[in-house]
Design a protein around this ligand. Structure first.
Ligand SMILES: Nc1nc2c(ncn2[C@@H]2O[C@H](COP(=O)(O)OP(=O)(O)O)[C@@H](O)[C@H]2O)c(=O)[nH]1
Ligand SMILES: [Mg+2]
Length: 267
């Protein structure tokens, strides 16, 4: 299959995607250090699905400061059945609290909560969700790390990532990583994005990331976000679509697994 028809079929697959379980919504939580490209990735997904570049300001205008980002379909007021949780960055000092991320994984954080690095959300708080419905829970956890800083990840940030991953593993939530800014880290890739699968340099970065955060190589996806251009580009689209398709497939599988577990326990 040619790259373009592959892209078109993945795009169609994602446009047609509906969770197998009626009425369900697939929730993807995106986390990682500040300025890693988390919001840009969500915005790139939106751009590829809509077929035009969306600016970050637009995303924020639509959903205000809501941490759940929805993507509107061609028909107004209909949305894709997957949503993204965009949280503030992890950092060694002022970042989002690990405890709050754990609450988000469990669906305990209300949509309009603004994360506070100094104060952890707790039961009784107005933004604490007391009645969790299956659509509030996270189905895929995505760690975003820029290629150019893989070698400089601070121990404290690595520790936080591992703690969040442990909490997600306890809940059986599937996990992937996205390595962003591959253009910035590698001149060959900047020159031609097709070099992404040939680059020895990028492979080394991905291996290093795999060691740092404990995510397998086949669950690490290289992405170059839309951040400066005004027109879409096939190569950028393909990487974003491939990543999104994998995220959706992992989430769908997990959702069905949870459903069959709860059916078993009902018997
Ligand atoms: N070169 C390059 N820059 C990027 C890429 N993704 C994001 N950026 C830039 O990185 C900065 C931070 O991105 P942002 O999405 O706001 O990061 P966040 O804090 O993780 O949400 C922005 O200035 C973007 O322009 C990428 O793939 N390549
Ligand atoms: Mg952001």
């Amino acid at each position: 299959m040619s790259a373009t028809s592959d892209k078109q079929s993945t795009l169609q697959y994602l446009k047609d995607y509906k969770p197998h379980i009626e009425g369900r919504q697939l929730r993807v939580l995106v986390y990682g250090p500040a300025v890693a490209g988390k919001s840009s990735f969500i915005n790139s997904v939106k751009s590829v699905l809509e077929g035009r570049i969306c600016t970050l300001a637009l995303v924020d205008n639509i959903s205000h400061d809501c941490f759940t980002k929805k993507i509107e379909k061609e028909n107004p007021n209909t949305f894709y059945p997957f949503v993204f949780n965009d949280i503030m960055g992890l950092s060694d000092r002022k970042g989002v609290l690990v405890e709050d991320v754990k609450l988000a994984l469990m669906g305990r954080v209300k949509d309009d909560y603004v994360f506070n690095p100094e104060h952890k959300l707790s039961e009784g708080d107005q933004y604490y969700n007391t009645t969790v419905n299956p659509n509030d829970k996270v189905h895929v956890l995505v760690c975003v790390i820029p290629a150019d800083t893989v070698n400089q990840m601070r121990d404290e940030v690595i520790r936080k990532i591992q703690e969040i991953r442990k909490a997600a593993s306890d809940l059986e939530i599937p996990q992937v990583a996205i390595i962003t800014k591959i253009d910035k880290a590698c001149p060959d890739i900047k020159e031609d994005l097709k070099n992404v699968y040939k680059s020895v340099y990028l492979k080394e970065k991905m291996e290093q990331l795999s060691v740092n955060v404990g995510i397998l190589m086949n669950c690490i996806f290289p992405v170059r976000n839309y951040f400066e251009e005004t027109d879409l580009n096939d190569e950028v689209d393909s990487l974003v679509l491939r990543t999104l398709r994998n995220i959706i497939n992992y989430g769908e599988e997990f959702m069905n697994h949870k459903m069959s577990q709860s059916e078993d326990s009902d018997k």
